[in-house]
Write a protein that binds this ligand. Structure first.
Ligand code: OGA
Ligand code: MN
Length: 207
């Protein structure tokens, strides 16, 4: 188990260094992804999610024209329900990225995310004035047997050499991890025809 994780982390760090983004199918195995999905569904049924907001502090607000997903923040503290996920999967990734890109990533903040059918998140950057400490975004998808016609792609808008943009679509298939530089890669979430579950996180520098 440990070896594939470590080598995936090296590949992701190399991609981030070279091009600012990375997609790793099978970052998590099917059993781990299923376990996390069950947990997220439990919370969803218990009503633990809240409509996501935009901004921070005093500027925090609902913005249905921007995003209509629902979130539940994760607790990574030692002994918490997600401590194992953190230590086994995210911590090796943080260390690999720091070794390769010298970003001084220090912490991870993350939430479980549900996009009910038809919901979306308009094109945006993850690093903005109120969240300048967010440096690398990671999204881990938890949806079995996702097909293109169900929508829900993460769409990256990548700079192309001619000065325009190239779009790159990623399916939210269980176990796939997408990572990108929070302040550089514009992206959006397209509406889907079924519930779309994920864990979304940001490796942060010290505020
Ligand atoms: C976000 C985001 C992408 C995704 O929550 O900021 O861009 O694929 N999520 O869920
Ligand atoms: Mn985003």
């Amino acid at each position: 188990m440990t070896v594939p994780v470590v080598s995936s982390c090296e590949v992701i760090a190399g991609d981030l260094d070279r091009q600012g983004w990375s997609v790793c199918p099978g970052f998590l195995g099917p059993a781990e992804a299923a376990r996390l999905r069950e947990r997220v569904l439990e919370w969803w049924e218990e009503g633990q999610f809240r409509r996501a907001r935009v901004g921070r502090g005093p500027s925090l607000r609902l913005a249905s024209e921007v995003r209509t997903d629902h979130v539940r923040w994760l607790d990574f503290t030692v002994g918490g329900r997600f401590a194992e996920l953190h230590d086994t999967w995210f911590e090796p990734l943080r260390l690999a990225i720091n070794r390769r890109l010298y970003l001084g990533l220090f912490d991870l903040e993350a939430h479980a995310t549900v996009y009910p059918p038809g919901s979306s998140y308009a094109r945006h950057l993850d690093r903005f004035r109120d969240a300048a400490h967010r440096t690398v975004s990671v999204v881990l998808y938890l949806n079995e047997d996702w097909s293109v016609d169900q929508g829900g792609q993460l769409r990256l808008h990548l700079p192309s050499p001619d000065g325009g943009a190239t779009m790159r679509d990623i399916l939210p298939e269980a176990g796939t991890l997408a990572a990108f530089l929070s302040g550089q890669i514009w992206h959006e979430v397209l509406p889907a025809t079924r519930d779309r579950l994920s864990l979304t996180g940001w490796f942060c520098t010290r505020a």
